[in-house]
Write a protein that binds this ligand. Sequence first.
Ligand code: ADP
Length: 268
Amino acid sequence: MSTARDSLKTARRIVIKVGTSTLAHADSGKLNLYRIEHLVREIADLHNAGKEIIFVSSGAIAAGMNKLGIKIKPPTIPENQALAAIGQGILMHIYEKFFAEYGQTIGQILLTKENAADEHTRENSRNSLRAILDMGAIPVVNENDAVGVDEIRIGDNDNLSAIVAAMTDSEVLIILSDIDGLYDKNPNVDKTARLIDEVPEIDAEIEQIAGGAGTKLGTGGMFTKIQAAKFATSNGVTMLIVNGSTNGNLRRALNGEHIGTIFPRKVT
Ligand code: ADP
């Protein structure tokens, strides 16, 4: 019996993060409109139920590549910045259309490390996010990759979403992934891998499972999700990793059902 799962039922302010692998078709790389529409509908319904939702979405570069018919991510920073600039508008156009169909208003926030991770300058971002929520709208957040270079980038939206959750005093962060949650071994490599229901403590063993820094996995995948979980839970935010490919998973997770992996918050 997990009290952390029970506490999800009463959560009021929730950050939901979705990655490119959930938003795009694996084979073509094109946006998965069916999935995006179902996700938007579920978020709109949570909003109707009285929740405050902050939506962190990747997918700008993928959308830009689609638009221009580019199959392989280009090597230079300016090219990727340009694709992010082109794709971000496309992504917002789709979100605007789908959210409007369910009567919701959205507001775009693009962040860099300077105005998200820097504690002295993030006050403005916090105020803006709160004002959007107070107006009854849904902030749609992404890293500002159109101007981002390594020095000012957070680098991945798992960590960005944890920072956003902490700065807005959100109770829960739900990371939608292309997998059911954290497994005790990489399930792509070992078929005996088992899904972990709850991670009460992020210790060396958990970090090892996710692929420690310096390994091949250390550049993304579960590694950045565990980093995000560490930051979120130590800042009073309970985090969940849930499969974003199954319709209804957000609602099920927030009903306290045992899906995905939960990382209970350390402080309240
Ligand atoms: P997203 O784009 O949804 O953020 P990623 O592809 O970055 O997701 O990370 C999820 C992937 O991490 C899984 O599909 C899986 O291939 C890989 N992975 C490696 N180790 C593990 C593990 N221990 N448990 C679950 N997934 C793992």
